[in-house]
Design a protein. Structure first.
Length: 292
């Protein structure tokens, strides 16, 4: 049992966390390069929140240029216990209309060329990822969004594409055939890395548009997307307040908190010293007890 500390990754349209008590903006260094920017940490009631804007201030980073490893590493260094990602998404299903929210529960990774792991160079780990989203945090976030006034779909499969271009119509139809419900550019490798960092991860997606699978309709339009994002930003911030109010007083342990116990395959006597230094936050629970 312990205290909650929620890390929030704000995506397109959510660049500020809203009202935090005792808020401080802090630059935090990462062993994995430059994060998207400083974090803002503070409290909502009795719960600590630490926020980072995924695309940086002014949305200066495209999805392919976000340093996902650094962002997760920084949140881990700040002591967060769980991560809630809030992202703009496109809909692949008629029932998931623009303006609604989706508590994503499954992911399909179509990204290429992004750093997908903290491990592999001196220490190898294979974390289980069959269920990439934490059901406890996802359920709490979905309830909070509903209490804030949002229409929420409580499950959905998210296909992550590389971007920054939107899909072709043929691709959009293909993803629907695969069973995908929504589409975006940032949930992967973010969810993978959160699991490696032993941080339960949930994704609350804000539907901004129908992807281009609707043949009779026009292509995806950034102008329309931005309008929906602006309308939903305050609702997303209200969701954080409701989440803080609804969290149990004590945080029960999650199996994800110790997932590296069954994931690291390299014997300790073969661990590389430089890798140990890089992993001092991500795997600090384990590597800080190993003599160098």
């Amino acid at each position: 049992m312990g205290q909650w500390h929620i890390g929030v990754i704000g995506g397109s349209g959510l660049y500020e966390p809203g009202a935090l008590e005792d808020a401080q903006e802090i630059a935090v260094n990462s062993a994995f390069g430059e994060p998207s920017g400083p974090v803002t940490t503070g409290r909502i009631g009795n719960v600590r929140f630490t926020f980072i804007a995924r695309h940086g201030k002014g949305h200066r980073l495209s999805p392919s240029h976000v340093n996902f490893r650094a962002n997760i590493d920084v949140l881990k260094r700040c002591g967060v216990t769980d991560i809630l990602a809030i992202s703009a998404i496109g809909s692949l299903q008629e029932t998931m209309a623009p303006g609604t929210f989706v508590a994503v529960d499954q992911l399909i990774d179509r990204t290429v060329g992004r750093d997908r792991s903290f491990f592999g160079n001196g220490i190898v780990a294979h974390v289980p990822l069959a269920d990439p989203v934490c059901p406890r945090l996802s359920g709490l976030a979905a309830s909070a969004a509903e209490q804030a006034g949002a229409t929420v779909h409580r499950c959905g499969t998210y296909v992550a594409i590389e971007g920054p271009q939107f899909s072709t119509r043929a691709e959009s139809h293909l993803y629907r055939q695969w069973g995908a419900d929504v589409i975006g550019m940032t949930a992967m490798p973010e969810a993978r890395l959160a699991r490696e960092a032993e941080l339960p991860y949930a994704l609350l997606g804000m539907v901004t548009d129908y992807d281009c699978w609707r043949d009779e309709k026009a292509d995806v339009d950034v102008t329309d997307i931005l309008a929906v994002m602006r309308a939903n930003a305050d609702l997303a911030r209200s969701c954080l307040t409701r989440l803080a109010q609804s969290l149990p007083d004590e945080r029960e342990a999650s199996p994800i908190d110790t997932i590296l116990d069954i994931a690291i395959i390299t014997p300790p006597d073969h661990w590389d010293k430089q890798a140990l230094a890089r992993l001092d936050a991500v795997a600090g629970r384990i590597v800080t007890n190993v003599p160098v």
